[in-house]
Design a protein around this ligand. Structure first.
Ligand SMILES: Cc1ncc(COP(=O)(O)O)c(C=O)c1O
Length: 392
């Protein structure tokens, strides 16, 4: 399982462990722990009765609801079978020759760009700055940004968890605007960071920043905020100039009838949507404080979303993830193979406090176990070198 490119592999882990999936506690996928809303579940159940019919196409009620949630005109909204479909559709539409990806970040941007034959310039922010880009760094990258047709950023960033510095983001957008480079801002986790409604999602969104409308494309994953990764809905906010060309290229019926009904119901559950950011923030702050106290956790990166990135004191993220899975039935995201991260990094979702408690206790136990094994190994090695090892 070490070469997984995504978290959320509950079925695979359950099969490997020979247990039912619902006996696992999944911290590897970052979905809203308050959901799915009972309204979403009820709407999805009702829609099962309609699966013998084609879905609404175009899916106007969902488009209206998504546009209302995001505070943008519905003519500029495209819907996808999850946000990831919209990443691929964007690249297919723009057919960029050269793409810049500012990371470490979600790997599907690079995958989509390469799949469509683009050359990819992958730029990593320095680990000393918790992998965050500063305004100065972005200014220094100006020639590379200007040489690209499309630039991807993720805000808040996955897997690191924090929002982009607003000056760095806006500088990037101005550089790209001057150069005619399109900017793709993935705000799939933004709704976890703000109090909604009242335009608050928009206040932090790039959609509301001055002069950004011409060449900036914004992605939201409703899958995550509505806790429906198995059903999947994403929404793309396109600049006016791109919308007319993009929308006819979205395949018909790409959002199925159950996902449409569930997402409309979820977006109507304003109470749950409003409750999410403060609940996530409270749970995150409590989790950070306790994770920081675990021996073997060197750093918890600053975060604004519903997941945290941990740097371990020593390489061994794979071992830690493996023991959590085997010994505790807990899934976390091992970032060993994640481009730009490495063997010291893990990502964990923020879940409800009782679950976070289980994770924190299990992680402390696993790290203590690894330290004890290493100590025992070191003593055996020392003894062996003296010719008095246990094995002799
Ligand atoms: C930053 C980011 N964007 C998009 C997606 C894809 O979202 P969806 O499940 O709606 O396709 C993910 C999924 O993990 C993600 O982390």
């Amino acid at each position: 399982m070490s070469d997984d490119i995504h978290g959320g592999k509950i079925r695979e882990a359950a099969t490997a462990l020979g247990i039912p999936g619902d006996e696992l506690l999944d911290f590897s996928a970052n979905v809203n722990f308050l959901g799915p809303s009972p309204r979403v579940v009820a709407a999805a159940r009702r829609a099962v009765g309609e699966m013998g019919w084609y879905p609404l196409d175009p899916p106007d009620p969902l488009r209206r609801a998504a546009a209302g949630f995001l505070g943008v005109p519905q003519e500029r909204v495209a819907l996808g079978n999850g946000a990831s479909e919209l990443i691929f559709l964007t690249v297919a539409h723009l057919r960029p020759r050269r793409v810049v990806v500012l990371g470490p970040t979600f790997t599907e941007y690079e995958r989509a760009a390469r799949a469509w034959g683009a050359e990819v310039d992958l730029v990593f922010a320095p680990e000393e700055r918790d992998f965050a880009f500063s305004e100065e760094h972005i200014e220094a990258l100006a020639p590379r940004l200007a040489a690209a047709d499309l630039v991807f950023i993720c805000d808040p960033n996955n897997p690191t968890g924090d929002l982009w510095d607003r000056r760095a983001r806006d500088t990037l957008i101005s550089i790209c605007a001057r150069a005619g480079t399109a900017v793709f801002v993935d705000e799939s986790f933004l709704a976890f960071t703000e109090v909604w409604p009242g335009g608050a999602v928009l206040r932090r969104s790039v959609s509301s920043s001055e002069g950004s409308s011409e060449q900036v494309i914004v992605l939201h994953s409703l899958t995550k905020i509505l806790t429906m990764p198995g059903l999947r809905v994403g929404a793309l906010v396109l600049p006016e100039a791109l919308a007319d060309g993009f929308l006819p290229r979205v395949p018909p019926w790409n959002v199925n009838c159950i996902a449409q009904a569930a997402a409309v119901a979820g977006l109507e559950d304003v109470e749950l949507l409003e409750r999410t950011p403060p609940a996530v923030t409270e749970a995150r702050i409590a989790a950070i404080a306790r994770l920081r106290g675990i021996p073997g956790v060197a750093r918890v990166l600053p975060a604004a979303a519903n997941f945290l990135c941990l740097r371990l004191a020593a390489p061994g993220a794979r071992e830690v993830a493996g023991r959590l899975r085997q010994q505790h039935g807990i899934l976390v995201r091992d970032l060993t193979d994640f481009p730009g991260m490495g063997a010291r990094f893990l990502r964990v979702a923020v879940r409800e406090p009782a679950d976070n408690d289980r994770l924190i206790k299990a992680l402390a136990e696993v790290l203590a176990g690894i330290a004890a094994d290493a100590f025992a190994g070191a003593s055996v090695a020392t003894d062996c070198s003296l010719g008095i090892g246990a094995a002799s």
